[in-house]
Design a protein around this ligand. Structure first.
Ligand SMILES: Cc1ncc(COP(=O)(O)O)c(C=O)c1O
Length: 456
């Protein structure tokens, strides 16, 4: 796709539409000469170089990458109109697109019915799910694993709900027998299962969580903000295939969150929350004397906590899904490449003398640490920091990583020979979310072995 061409086409298409409304003089208060714009823009372009190269496979750090060019063109075209998906009065076309993409997401998770909408982020999407949890089971708490995203504990505080943390097993997945004991106490109304934890990419056993929760009459929300699109690999063939059990179980849960701005190739500003029971809409009832006037149909603002939301985000996702639909042979192929990259790298790390694998990756996150050190938490922490620093500041062949802080206890569960001479240690963490990572893994590995040898 020639992005420059399609950005121009996007601007022209909107201009064509605008011209149909007749000419008018733009107000002088907003006039800017090309010369002044050029100078300011040059400054912006220069400031933007102070960034990490998220687009490049040598960036193997956090969950970050640029959007697909189709998303950029779709976003730009809609942004020039700037619809607000709060209400049909603010953006009928993009509100309709939002309903279509939300239906595609619901179908991806196997929801027979649904009520849902896009959100600004995974944080807001989860807040909405926890809000509905509180409203449907007033007075009861929410449980989530110790590896769940920090937002759950934080938002329980915001919502005035008691949040309870459940321990995890040796792979960072929710301990279901501990959950069972907790639910027997009768104080929990909703359990949050995470399908792809932020740190390790671990998949809570959603099917087991669901069975236990239902036995106790407890709701289940699935936080699949990061991992949700991996459901496209569930039960597929090839090395990237995932055990379908936890993913198929999502269809029987009460709500799910997925972030198209993570694995859905979208720019930031695109999360989604889906409820299996459309009656969840009753918790959103509110009056708005200044909106909801052009149509008696459902306005998205009537079923969301946010008011203004970018219609452009819906347009970008809609256009992307036209080209790479959320199906195993569409977007699934993009995720499969990242997953294969993680598996390939894990195999190299297992047989390396310089680096060691922290645990087998379940999705596309690989965690590892320099191996040539004294096997102590403090030494590994310092060596990991040195490797990351040296990699990022190398003028010739930079690599960009992130770190993960793990407790000495969690480390020793995986590697009992590690001395717990400090309470926690930083290890290295790479999210291989670009399909280009697959071809790049041998280079990345060789480069990191070199850095680890030097850091020793
Ligand atoms: C599992 C999970 N939940 C929630 C979030 C928060 O999402 P956002 O950063 O879009 O607010 C993240 C972000 O990484 C995540 O991985």
């Amino acid at each position: 796709m020639d992005l420059k061409r399609w950005l121009t086409e996007a601007a022209l298409a909107v201009q064509d539409w605008q011209e149909g409304f007749g000419g008018y003089a733009p107000h002088e208060s907003m006039q800017v000469s090309d010369e002044r714009f050029g100078a300011a823009f040059a400054e912006l372009a220069s400031r933007l170089t102070d960034n990490y190269p998220f687009f490049h496979p040598a960036y193997a750090g956090q969950m970050l990458k640029p959007p697909h060019p189709a998303a950029v063109a779709g976003y730009l075209a809609a942004m020039l109109i700037n619809p607000n998906n709060h209400a049909l009065d603010g953006g009928p076309a993009t509100a309709a697109m939002e309903k279509e993409v939300v239906s595609q997401l619901a179908a991806m998770f196997g929801f027979r019915e649904h009520l849902g909408h896009l959100t600004t982020s995974g944080t807001i999407a989860n807040l909405e799910a926890l809000y509905v949890a509180r409203e449907s089971h007033p007075g009861l708490g929410i449980a989530y694993s110790a590896e769940a995203h920090y937002t759950h504990g934080r938002m329980c505080g915001v919502l005035g709900i008691e949040g309870t943390t459940i321990g995890t097993d040796e792979a960072g997945r929710m301990d279901v027998s501990e959950l069972d004991d907790l639910l027997a106490g009768g104080r929990i109304g909703t359990v949050v299962a995470t399908a792809g934890t932020t740190g390790l990419g671990a998949i809570d056993p959603v099917h087991e969580v669901l069975a236990v929760a239902r036995r106790h009459g407890v709701r289940v929300h699935v936080d699949a903000a990061y991992g949700g699109f991996f459901t496209l690999l569930a039960g597929q063939g090839g090395p990237a295939a995932l055990d379908p059990a936890p993913w198929q179980a999502i269809a029987g849960c009460d709500s799910v969150v997925v972030d198209p701005h993570k694995h859905g190739l979208q720019p930031y500003g695109c999360g989604a929350v889906l409820f299996a029971d459309p009656a969840a809409g009753r918790f959103y009832l509110h009056d708005s004397p200044y909106t909801y006037f052009t149509s008696g149909e459902l306005h998205l603002g009537e079923i969301s906590l946010e008011c203004s939301r970018a219609g452009a985000a819906a347009a970008a996702l809609w256009l992307t899904f036209r080209l790479l639909p959320p199906s195993p042979d569409g977007l699934g192929q993009v995720l499969a490449a990242g997953r294969r990259a993680a598996l390939d790298w894990a195999a190299l790390l297992r047989s390396s003398a310089d680096l060691d694998l922290y645990q087998q990756p379940e999705l596309d996150i690989v965690c590892y640490f320099p191996a040539g050190q004294s096997r102590s938490a403090a030494a590994i922490d310092a060596a990991s920091a040195r490797v990351m620093q040296a990699g990022m500041s190398d003028p010739d062949e930079a690599v960009f990583l992130s770190t993960l802080r793990v407790s000495a206890g969690a480390f020793r569960r995986r590697r009992p020979d590690i001395a717990a001479d400090s309470g926690e240690a930083r290890i290295l963490r790479s999210v291989l979310m670009k399909p280009e990572h697959e071809a790049f893994v041998p280079r990345l590995h060789a480069r990191l072995e070199q850095l680890a040898r030097r850091a020793g």
